[in-house]
Design a protein around this ligand. Structure first.
Ligand code: BES
Ligand code: ZN
Length: 630
């Protein structure tokens, strides 16, 4: 059933190594990159019959109606005899469909709605059809669009809109083939209210224009989950020759400072894994409802405002999103069961970038904390749970559920294990070639393993036995050869924590020069049944309730909830009311839900604040707070 289209690597190089982007786009249009397709359980599309290679969007952003309204033209390539094009949609109204630039009317139908997946849009096409035009509008409840009211923005005066397409929400704002194994180039014309500015995962404007009409071009082919749009009262500030920040005017200076070292990270990554192929790397700071820390939309990473802490201590997040420019955006998981190929590789590269830019000891601190997190998470999931496998089976379920710490950290430490087994030099060379050879293509777990065996393990049975790739990838829990990680810095922190816990004086704790990560370790080392007096002493001495660092606050609140330290609750309530980042909220509400009083209080807060949180965050929290209804 699978049809394999051929691509010529030399041509690929020509297309994407091309400095003139218009020319590159033209060439990409003529010779679209068509990889080997898998049947994606989370998409209705049938790319082996007819595949979309380019999108042209023409949309009006209406903040009053909370809709996008307009037209998308799809360029398609079809196999002979195929008379239907299958697309994905979610909560879209399809008004009309035509074929070709002459806009010949055609028939279309929407199939039955399937939970989580939306509805297939099936369009009749003719032999030789190469363009399909769809007139449509989104619904105010489209899950991929967050319409943020002015009060929920930094400036408080203008509304804000941002999209979140990963994993399967692109279909809620564009009818398309919504599967990560399929790549498209795109262009767009977006009309917004004149006082706002639009940006996309594409070549972006640096200034507002008086008409509020923005034209975009994205010459590099990307999977649909990387389609992205944001509209708001935005300003741009450059931070380097190919880096800059977009943010509301109130935040733009802080953002430019916080992310001022991005160019160094790009240089470090390029030194290890080959050229950055997306020309610019800008970031945009979104309103607090943004459910993620960051989202690796190409050319324009989307970011939570919670990383603007003023001391650049949370920039591992940038290293992470930047790393996706190789792992994920360049070489992409073929479907969501292979998500570890994106997130695990990215977490590994993130750590290599951090080591390169901030030194070995700092990176080790991060690694120790990450390993602890992973161990906790495996315990929570159950060490024999199928969710602890790297290769997942998410068919019939929500692909969002696959994004646990497993693909990120078990995936990352698997690569650390390979690195240690074969040696850094060989492993780095392997990775560099892996990205070159598979650039702008998809990847499956099985093809990666084949590759790894052929290149690095084939002639060394002992090595391959001791590494035990299948146990890592298909086994549950954590394997016996899980890498050791140690940090002297954190060991010192643990020592001072335990001295204090065992009756030492709090003034003996030497906190000079402590980073966020020292504090995280310190808080984790405080016993969960800390007394009220102990908690008071900690809070008085270190001012945890007033911290402006969300990572530290969350660690503190987790301790406070478990120790029933009521004096932290007003600060906790404020945090829950203001911060929309799902990772934090999930941990806090889960902890609250462990006692009946906590659960009640958590429900009350959630009801008050749910209008501010992102749709997907509310879905997650509803499951935590009302398990019996799910
Ligand atoms: N691609 C993810 C964000 C994402 C995951 C969106 C799943 C939709 C579904 C992004 O690269 C990410 O991993 N973000 C993390 C960063 C952290 C691990 C440094 C986050 O947001 O916390
Ligand atoms: Zn990621």
């Amino acid at each position: 059933m699978l049809k394999k289209f051929m691509i010529i690597p030399a041509l690929l190089f020509l297309v994407f190594g091309c400095s003139n982007t218009k020319e590159a786009a033209k060439m990409a249009e003529e010779k679209p990159v068509i990889p080997e397709y898998v049947k994606d359980p989370h998409s209705f599309s049938r790319p082996w019959e007819a595949v979309v290679t380019h999108l042209s969007l023409d949309l009006v952003v209406d903040f009053e109606k909370k809709t996008l309204d307009g037209k998308v033209s799809l360029k398609i390539k079809t196999k002979e005899n195929v008379r239907e094009l299958y697309l994905d949609t979610g909560d879209l109204s399809i008004n009309n469909v035509t074929l070709g630039s002459e806009e010949t009317p055609t028939e279309f139908r929407l199939g039955e709605k399937v939970d989580l997946l939306g509805r297939p849009l099936i369009i009749d096409i003719l032999p030789g059809t190469s363009i399909v035009n769809i007139y449509y509008s989104t619904s105010p409840k489209s899950g991929g669009l967050d319409w943020v009211s002015p009060l929920q923005t930094a400036g408080g005066k203008h509304p804000f809109l941002y999209t979140q397409s990963q994993p399967i929400f692109a279909r809620t704002w564009i009818p398309l083939q919504d599967s990560p194994g399929i790549r498209i180039t795109y262009d767009a014309k977006i009309k917004v209210p004149a006082e706002l500015m639009a940006v996309m995962s594409a070549e972006n404007p640096m200034e507002k224009n008086a008409e509020g009409v923005y034209n975009f071009n994205m010459p590099q082919a990307i999977p649909s989950y990387l389609l992205a749009l944001a509209v708001g009262n935005l300003e741009f500030k450059a931070t380097g020759p190919r880096t800059g920040v977009y943010a509301e005017p109130e935040l733009v200076e802080a953002a430019a400072y916080e992310f001022g070292e991005t160019e160094e990270m790009i240089v470090a990554a390029e030194g290890m894994y080959g050229p950055y192929r997306w020309e610019r790397y800008d970031v945009i700071v979104l309103p607090p409802s943004f459910p993620w820390g960051g989202m690796e939309n190409p050319r324009l990473t989307f970011l939570t405002p919670t990383v603007l802490v003023g001391d650049r201590s949370l920039v591992a997040l940038i290293a992470h999103e930047l790393a996706h420019s190789w792992s994920g955006n360049l070489v992409t998981n073929a479907d969501w069961n292979d998500i570890w190929l994106n997130e695990g590789f990215t977490t590994y590269i993130e750590s290599r970038i951090m080591e390169e830019v901030y030194g070995v000891e700092y990176d080790r601190m991060l690694a120790v904390l990450d390993k602890e997190n992973l161990i906790r998470e495996v315990k929570d999931l159950g060490s024999d749970s199928p969710a602890t496998r790297l290769k997942l089976d998410l068919a019939g379920g929500d692909p969002d559920d696959g994004f646990t710490g497993i693909p990120y950290q078990k995936g990352r430490f698997f690569l650390t294990a390979i690195e240690r087994a074969v040696g850094r030099e060989k492993w780095d060379e392997f990775l560099r070639n892996y990205f070159d050879d598979n650039a702008f293509k998809n990847m499956t777990t099985e093809r990666f393993i084949e590759h790894l065996n052929a290149e690095l393990l084939a002639d060394n049975k002992q090595l391959s036995d001791s590494l035990d790739v299948s146990e890592w990838v298909y086994g549950v829990g954590l394997p016996g050869n899980f890498p050791e990680v140690r940090s002297n810095e954190l060991a010192k922190v643990s020592k001072s924590a335990s001295n204090w816990v065992n009756g030492g004086s709090i003034s003996d704790i030497e906190t000079d020069g402590w980073t966020t990560h020292h504090w995280l370790q310190f808080l984790r080392d405080i016993p969960r049944n800390a007394s009220r007096e102990q908690m008071d002493e900690l809070n008085k001495t270190f001012g945890f309730n007033e911290s402006n660092n969300p990572e530290i606050l969350v660690e503190w609140f987790l301790l406070a909830i478990e120790s029933d330290y009521q004096s932290a609750y007003p600060a906790l309530e404020k945090f829950l009311m203001e911060v929309g980042r799902r990772k934090f909220l999930k941990k806090l509400y889960i902890k609250l839900a462990k006692t009946p009083e906590g659960l009640n209080w958590g429900r009350e807060i959630h009801e008050k604040v749910r209008f501010k949180y992102h749709y997907s965050t509310n879905l997650t929290l509803d499951k935590i707070l009302n398990p019996e209804k799910m």
